[in-house]
Write a protein that binds this ligand. Structure first.
Ligand code: BG6
Length: 470
């Protein structure tokens, strides 16, 4: 490693760049039934339908960060992190979502925050990462305005409990994903397929976000910033034919701008409102909502980027009896010659990250932003382990390096990018995919007491962080 750090730096990042990784509570904590935690939808769904989960592995078997956070934070330090994102589990902090605060949870999150700070790692804290408390879901989840208010209270409690030390806050991670998974495509609980309900859930998630931002402003945390983390999937049309371009525009409205515009600009795109109105899908709103969204825009945007969305105009009339889905408006398009991640089946298109950043620069006031997730999932990664236990993930190093080159270029062209966080710190449990795809900088050996071993990519990112470039 010594030697590498003496190599000349071609891609140097701005001083103070945030280097680190991201995680989420349900995916790393484990201890699902310990420490006074209430059940969330994942605990419940696993009890109901374990066969939905890869190899039948549920959320109680994760990397056990709950007990091993000190060891993990030491590893973060070892691989050069200066920042780290985790989420607070709503059902750990408030077991039924709306009632009493669980003192054991307060102790746990305080200990994590203090340990990070003692190791020179800035905590980035996300309030909600897909994990609705079961009691809240039983009231209708995001479909119910009372749940929106309970979330706002929960967020405000987080700011008050931890805001003396945590300065970077996020209201939601990838809010479109629970809409897609839970209400359109059947991969999250409550596995409903209903476009109208999906629109209502998306809208209420945005109202919840705006209320949390309002609570954050009230908390007036010195030096504090509030943001949202969005998975932006640049929409590329098959061709410049107007029908293909329109298909890509609609996909962009539905999957990106439905959260990006209200969060950053304080209003929904007019085209999106017209599209929903035309098909009779406008959500139920309340007086004052428009002002709430307008007045509560964010300070900091987290961008998760994995793959682009390539679409084309529909070639066949949709079956009118089929459920109404976004695919009414476009078809997916597998561009010939595109580069694929052979281990995960997702396209790798590094320039997409640059296109997103330039779009934010040009059309969203060049708001302060950072890459909050980017990463390469690999199935069967154990086969790359050497006799000393190290996983040689050269493909991941290349993936990160090529994306970073485009991030660097966007910065050179004036994009306001403050950092790069990889998904993820250590191999972890990923929703119904459980441990199928490994993304970590640190391997977790499920067959050997969850033993942690830094991967080759972890050492590589360490030199990048130490040199602030490569
Ligand atoms: C991101 C999510 O979209 O993708 C993470 O924020 C998730 O929670 C990650 O783990 C990887 O997903 P998967 O399905 O490839 O394991």
């Amino acid at each position: 490693m010594e030697q590498q750090s003496k190599q000349p730096i071609t891609y140097r990042f701005p001083a103070g760049f945030w280097w680190g990784s991201a995680t989420s509570a349900t995916q790393i904590e484990g201890a699902a039934n310990e420490g006074g935690k209430g059940k969330n939808i994942w605990d419940h769904w696993y009890e109901q339908e374990p066969h939905r989960f890869f190899h039948g592995v549920g959320p109680e078997v994760t990397s056990d960060f709950y007990h091993r956070y000190k060891e993990d934070i030491a590893l973060m330090k070892e691989i050069g992190h200066n920042s780290f994102r985790f989420s607070i589990s709503w059902s750990r902090l408030i077991p039924d979502g709306a009632g009493e605060v669980n003192p054991e949870a307060v102790r746990f999150y305080n200990a994590v925050i203090d340990e990070l700070l003692a190791n020179g790692i800035e905590p980035f804290v996300n309030v909600y990462h897909f994990d609705m408390p079961l009691a809240m879901q039983n009231m209708g989840g995001w479909e119910n305005r009372q749940v929106v208010n309970a979330y706002a209270r929960y967020a405000s409690l987080c700011f008050r409990l931890f805001g003396d030390r945590v300065k970077k806050w996020f209201t939601h991670n990838e809010p479109i994903v629970p809409v897609e998974g839970g209400y359109l495509y059947d991969f999250h609980y409550p596995n409903v397929v209903d476009f109208r309900r999906a629109v209502q859930v998306a809208y209420h998630t945005m109202i919840a976000h705006a209320k949390a931002v309002a609570a954050f402003r009230k908390a007036a945390i010195p030096g504090g910033k509030i943001g949202i983390i969005l998975n932006l999937t640049p929409s590329y049309p098959r061709s410049q034919h107007p029908a293909d371009v329109k298909a890509a525009h609609i996909a962009d409205l539905l999957f990106n701008r439905s959260f990006l515009d209200p969060a950053v600009k304080g209003e929904y795109p007019q085209d999106l409102i017209e599209l929903l109105a035309e098909h009779g899908f406008l959500p139920v709103t309340e007086a004052g909502d428009r002002e709430l969204i307008k007045e509560n825009t964010i300070d900091l945007l987290g961008i998760n980027y994995y793959q682009p969305r390539r679409v084309k105009a529909k070639e066949y009339m949709p079956n009118p009896d089929a459920p109404f889905l976004p695919e009414r408006f476009f078809d997916y398009y597998a561009m010939p010659g595109r580069k694929m991640n052979p281990y995960r089946g997702w396209e790798i298109y590094e320039k997409g990250i640059y296109d997103i950043l330039i779009n934010i620069k040009e059309n969203y006031g060049n708001i302060e932003c950072f890459i909050s997730e980017n990463g390469m999932g690999v199935e069967g990664e154990e086969r790359f382990r050497d006799e000393n236990g190290m996983i040689h993930d050269d493909y991941r190093i290349e993936f990160i390096r090529e994306h970073l080159k485009w991030v660097h270029r966007a910065i050179e062209e004036g994009a306001n990018v403050k950092g790069y966080h990889l998904w993820t710190f250590m191999d972890n449990w990923s929703w119904t995919n459980a441990y199928k795809n490994r993304y970590g900088l640190v391997a977790v050996d499920l067959d050997n007491h969850l033993k942690r071993t830094i991967k080759k990519s972890g050492y590589w990112l360490k030199t990048v962080a130490e040199n602030n470039g490569f």
